[in-house]
Design a protein around this ligand. Structure first.
Ligand code: ADP
Length: 353
């Protein structure tokens, strides 16, 4: 493709580790070589001629922007990086990750949904899950916030949506993660601006088209904190809807353990338990904020003048007292009222768990 650096094509492929356990035992003839980095015909973009063809009518500047800003080639995410959420993780593995890896097996009744909705309070790992799906299925990850389509790309939102799906096609298998999807698929259509209505229409068209072609492997993952805002058209397309709740005790504990394992910490096991029990109602993001706040405790006890001379190993380890004062500053960000609304919506429209 003219002017497009080759490095961005399929960069994720080799980098993902092969921790995934195949559903059936590989034989000598079928050694799963194609799944772990070795290209199979038709699996991805193919040759450069083909790429030009698919992106023929797309503004090259937009393609470049998508590759630079929306295509995410960050560090791979493992299932173990996500604390708790066992039901969501198992379900996702089965209904979307395996089908992306083995489209030849997941045909007919097993055909995967084209769209997945993750709903729940902010900061509970929805984005993390989106990334993990992409890593684990060796797919290219595209991530965009729906509100940026209406704000950042004023006037061009509709074209941007079309370009995004065209580029995703070239880099398939692909996961297209759309944050705040409610703002794109809201039900208050009569008050909508003409431009947002066009973006919405284009998005629905693309969503209907994604993954329908024989060799198309594009999964759309929408995330929202406000599932109540989604209209019927949106719910119909995002067939699988998974509640991503606040972390429970064991998940909160795991988050603290993980974050502390990279720091100098004086916390005992019992104290980590105590932090986990004192943080009922905290989201995963709240837990991270809390740990960050606590990690500043040892710094706060250093005087301004000492700060110039002190060596890194003279900074005392993070202790329980730091968590105690951090708990005063960092509070749970989600209200009980909001939580009730999620549970209610899950009962009506979710997959349960
Ligand atoms: P969301 O998309 O649901 O708003 P994110 O996935 O962006 O939330 O999470 C924000 C941050 O909070 C993550 O980068 C991570 O540090 C932390 N976090 C949230 N949920 C979890 C979780 N279940 N396990 C581990 N970390 C989490």
């Amino acid at each position: 493709a003219a002017g497009v650096p080759k490095r961005s094509l399929g960069t994720r492929r080799g980098g993902v580790n092969g921790k995934f356990v195949p559903p059936i035992k590989p034989t000598e003839e079928d050694d799963f070589g194609g799944m772990f980095g070795v290209k199979q015909p038709g699996m991805e973009g193919g040759n450069e001629e083909e790429i030009d063809e698919r992106l023929k009518n797309i503004d090259p500047k937009m393609i470049e922007t998508i590759r630079n800003e929306i295509m995410d080639i960050g560090a791979p995410v493992e299932w173990d990086d996500i604390a708790g959420l066992e039901f969501a993780k198992t379900t996702i593995q089965e209904i979307v990750v395996w089908p992306l890896l083995r489209p030849d097996i997941f045909t007919g009744l097993r055909k995967p949904p084209k769209g997945l909705l993750l709903f729940g309070p902010p900061g509970t790992g929805k984005t993390l899950i989106g990334k993990c799906i992409a890593s684990q299925s060796q797919s290219t990850f595209f991530s965009i916030s729906a509100s940026s389509l209406t704000s950042k790309w004023i006037g061009d939102g509709e074209k941007m949506v079309r370009a995004l799906f065209a580029v995703a096609k070239v880099h398939q298998p692909a996961v297209v993660f759309i944050d705040e999807i409610d703002s794109l698929l809201t039900q208050r259509s009569d008050t909508e601006h003409e431009s947002s209505r066009r973006i919405k229409t284009e998005f629905l068209v693309q969503l209907d088209g994604a993954g329908t072609g024989e060799e198309e492997r594009i999964l759309v993952v929408g995330a929202t904190n406000r599932p109540q805002e989604l209209d019927e058209a949106a719910r119909r397309r995002l067939v699988k809807r998974l509640y991503i709740p606040l972390p429970e005790f064991s998940a909160r504990k795991q988050i603290v353990e993980r974050l502390m394992s990279n720091e100098r910490s004086a916390l005992t096991n019992e104290q980590i338990d105590e932090v986990a029990s004192l943080t009922d109602g905290y989201s995963g993001a709240d837990m991270k904020n809390l740990c960050q706040e606590a990690s500043l405790g040892p710094i706060r006890s250093i005087s301004f003048s000492a700060m110039h001379q002190i060596t890194a190993d003279q900074v005392r380890p993070i202790a329980m007292e730091d968590f105690k004062s951090a708990l005063q500053r960092v509070r749970a960000s989600v209200s009980n009222k909001d939580l009730d609304a999620y549970v209610q919506w899950d009962k009506t429209y979710g997959m349960g768990g």
